[in-house]
Design a protein around this ligand. Structure first.
Ligand SMILES: [Zn+2]
Ligand SMILES: [Zn+2]
Length: 202
């Protein structure tokens, strides 16, 4: 889940005056924990709204792509991504992207050469929800997220996918945009993530 300390540090570099006026709170759960206290969740969602108002899209996602849960601890997934890379080493990037859905979640190369990933995670009621561990944890604890959360939140999903798909695809990725989100569409859309390919350059 997003880490308020890191978001605050990164935002302070870009917009120190704005960052200093945001209440990011202090008592965070340990790294890799998904359990934020309700008060911290409120601060996190409010901070994302302020980022929407004060930062460019590029700045927001530069900060948020450094978030991302399920990176260090997700050993099985890391191994699956390495195995995918080995098994598909001879294929083009477009071919690899098209095959990724069988290993994890659906991806495709766009006409512009970007990589678009659609992470669709369904709750027990069959509706879409954000794949971030934070929301699964809230559901477990009986906490209801606000009706609308900034889709910048899904930058955390972007950080997760970026980390694993750089390995699977053997390219560098930069989160350009969150093109869809369950968080501001009443759970009608999945977490749609658009990445620019940074390296290797053609
Ligand atoms: Zn997350
Ligand atoms: Zn998401």
């Amino acid at each position: 889940m997003p880490n308020l300390t890191r978001i605050k540090r990164d935002m302070s570099k870009l917009q120190p005056a704005v960052a200093s006026r945001i209440d990011f709170g202090v008592d965070e759960p340990a790294e890799r924990s998904n359990s934020y206290a309700p008060e911290q969740l409120r601060k996190l969602f409010a901070a994302l709204d302020r980022m929407d108002e004060t930062l460019t899209k590029e700045q927001r996602y530069a900060i948020m792509e450094r978030q991302g849960c399920g990176k260090g601890g997700a050993k099985k997934l890391r191994e699956a991504m390495r195995a995918f890379a080995e098994a598909n080493a001879g294929k083009t990037l477009a071919e690899k992207a098209a095959l990724l859905g069988s290993a994890y979640c659906r991806a495709e190369m766009t006409a512009d050469g970007d990589i678009k990933v659609c992470w669709e995670f369904r709750d027990g009621d069959g509706r879409l929800s954000c794949g971030c561990g934070c929301f699964k944890d809230m559901a477990k604890r009986g906490l209801t997220p606000p009706g609308r959360v900034s889709r910048a939140y899904c930058g955390c999903c972007g950080g997760h996918i970026r980390y694993h798909y750089q390995t699977a695809l053997g390219v560098g990725l930069r989160l350009k945009d969150v093109v869809s989100s369950p968080l501001d569409t009443d759970r009608a859309e999945g977490c749609g993530l658009l990445f620019e390919v940074l390296w290797p350059t053609a």
